[in-house]
Write a new protein. Structure first.
Length: 128
Protein backbone atom coordinates (compact mmCIF):
# COMPACT_ATOMS: atom_id res chain seq x y z
CA UNK A 1 0.00 0.00 0.00
CA UNK A 2 1.27 3.47 -0.83
CA UNK A 3 -0.25 6.59 0.69
CA UNK A 4 0.67 10.08 -0.41
CA UNK A 5 0.68 13.22 1.64
CA UNK A 6 -1.91 15.89 1.09
CA UNK A 7 -3.73 14.14 -1.75
CA UNK A 8 -4.80 10.65 -0.79
CA UNK A 9 -3.60 7.46 -2.45
CA UNK A 10 -1.13 7.26 -5.28
CA UNK A 11 2.17 5.87 -6.44
CA UNK A 12 4.88 7.73 -4.56
CA UNK A 13 6.80 10.67 -5.92
CA UNK A 14 5.97 9.91 -9.54
CA UNK A 15 3.34 12.63 -9.67
CA UNK A 16 5.24 15.27 -7.72
CA UNK A 17 4.00 14.71 -4.17
CA UNK A 18 6.18 16.02 -1.35
CA UNK A 19 5.68 12.97 0.88
CA UNK A 20 4.68 9.35 0.52
CA UNK A 21 4.34 6.36 2.80
CA UNK A 22 4.41 2.72 1.80
CA UNK A 23 3.59 -0.17 4.09
CA UNK A 24 5.13 -3.60 3.73
CA UNK A 25 3.33 -6.03 6.04
CA UNK A 26 5.08 -8.97 7.62
CA UNK A 27 4.23 -11.58 10.22
CA UNK A 28 6.42 -10.11 12.95
CA UNK A 29 7.63 -6.81 11.45
CA UNK A 30 5.76 -4.21 9.42
CA UNK A 31 8.03 -1.85 7.47
CA UNK A 32 6.66 1.65 6.94
CA UNK A 33 8.83 3.45 4.36
CA UNK A 34 8.79 7.25 4.46
CA UNK A 35 9.85 9.39 1.52
CA UNK A 36 10.04 13.15 1.06
CA UNK A 37 9.15 15.97 3.45
CA UNK A 38 7.16 15.15 6.57
CA UNK A 39 5.45 18.21 8.04
CA UNK A 40 2.10 19.59 9.16
CA UNK A 41 0.64 19.38 5.66
CA UNK A 42 1.78 15.81 4.97
CA UNK A 43 1.56 14.05 8.35
CA UNK A 44 -1.97 12.60 8.06
CA UNK A 45 -0.96 9.73 5.73
CA UNK A 46 1.84 8.80 8.13
CA UNK A 47 -0.57 8.71 11.06
CA UNK A 48 -2.93 6.47 9.05
CA UNK A 49 -0.12 4.12 7.97
CA UNK A 50 1.30 3.86 11.50
CA UNK A 51 -2.15 3.22 12.96
CA UNK A 52 -2.67 0.42 10.44
CA UNK A 53 0.77 -1.03 11.16
CA UNK A 54 0.29 -0.96 14.94
CA UNK A 55 -3.17 -2.53 14.72
CA UNK A 56 -1.92 -5.31 12.41
CA UNK A 57 -0.77 -7.41 15.34
CA UNK A 58 2.91 -7.27 14.37
CA UNK A 59 5.25 -7.14 17.33
CA UNK A 60 7.48 -4.58 15.61
CA UNK A 61 6.88 -1.57 13.38
CA UNK A 62 9.99 -0.37 11.58
CA UNK A 63 9.97 3.12 10.07
CA UNK A 64 12.39 3.14 7.13
CA UNK A 65 13.58 6.75 6.91
CA UNK A 66 15.98 6.22 4.01
CA UNK A 67 13.96 8.55 1.77
CA UNK A 68 12.88 11.00 4.47
CA UNK A 69 14.54 14.32 3.66
CA UNK A 70 12.78 16.53 6.24
CA UNK A 71 10.74 16.08 9.42
CA UNK A 72 9.24 18.86 11.53
CA UNK A 73 7.68 18.70 15.00
CA UNK A 74 4.34 17.47 13.61
CA UNK A 75 6.04 14.46 12.04
CA UNK A 76 8.01 13.80 15.21
CA UNK A 77 4.80 14.00 17.21
CA UNK A 78 3.13 11.45 14.91
CA UNK A 79 6.04 9.06 15.43
CA UNK A 80 6.03 9.57 19.20
CA UNK A 81 2.28 8.94 19.42
CA UNK A 82 2.61 5.81 17.30
CA UNK A 83 5.41 4.62 19.58
CA UNK A 84 3.12 4.93 22.58
CA UNK A 85 0.28 3.19 20.73
CA UNK A 86 2.64 0.36 19.76
CA UNK A 87 3.83 -0.05 23.34
CA UNK A 88 0.19 -0.24 24.42
CA UNK A 89 -0.20 -3.35 22.26
CA UNK A 90 3.08 -4.92 23.33
CA UNK A 91 4.80 -3.93 20.09
CA UNK A 92 7.59 -1.46 19.46
CA UNK A 93 8.28 1.26 16.90
CA UNK A 94 11.86 1.56 15.70
CA UNK A 95 13.58 3.79 13.14
CA UNK A 96 16.07 2.93 10.42
CA UNK A 97 18.35 5.03 8.22
CA UNK A 98 17.71 8.51 9.60
CA UNK A 99 19.24 11.04 7.22
CA UNK A 100 21.58 13.60 8.87
CA UNK A 101 19.15 16.55 8.86
CA UNK A 102 16.38 14.40 10.33
CA UNK A 103 18.71 12.74 12.84
CA UNK A 104 19.84 16.19 14.00
CA UNK A 105 16.25 17.29 14.61
CA UNK A 106 15.62 14.11 16.63
CA UNK A 107 18.78 14.80 18.63
CA UNK A 108 17.82 18.42 19.36
CA UNK A 109 14.34 17.32 20.48
CA UNK A 110 15.74 14.49 22.61
CA UNK A 111 13.79 11.91 20.60
CA UNK A 112 16.99 10.03 19.76
CA UNK A 113 16.91 8.79 23.36
CA UNK A 114 13.34 7.47 22.99
CA UNK A 115 13.55 5.46 19.77
CA UNK A 116 15.76 2.52 18.99
CA UNK A 117 17.50 3.47 15.75
CA UNK A 118 19.55 1.59 13.16
CA UNK A 119 22.04 2.89 10.62
CA UNK A 120 20.29 1.08 7.76
CA UNK A 121 17.17 -0.88 6.95
CA UNK A 122 19.27 -4.00 6.40
CA UNK A 123 20.78 -3.68 9.87
CA UNK A 124 17.33 -3.22 11.40
CA UNK A 125 15.89 -6.23 9.57
CA UNK A 126 18.85 -8.37 10.66
CA UNK A 127 17.79 -7.68 14.27
CA UNK A 128 14.30 -9.05 13.67
Amino acid sequence: MVIQGASGYGNGDADGQRFSVSVRPGAETVVVALSGELDHDTAAPLRDALEEAVSSGARRVLADCTGLSFCDSTGLNALLRARLAAEGTGARLELAALQPVVARMFQIAGADEVFRTYESLDEALAQD
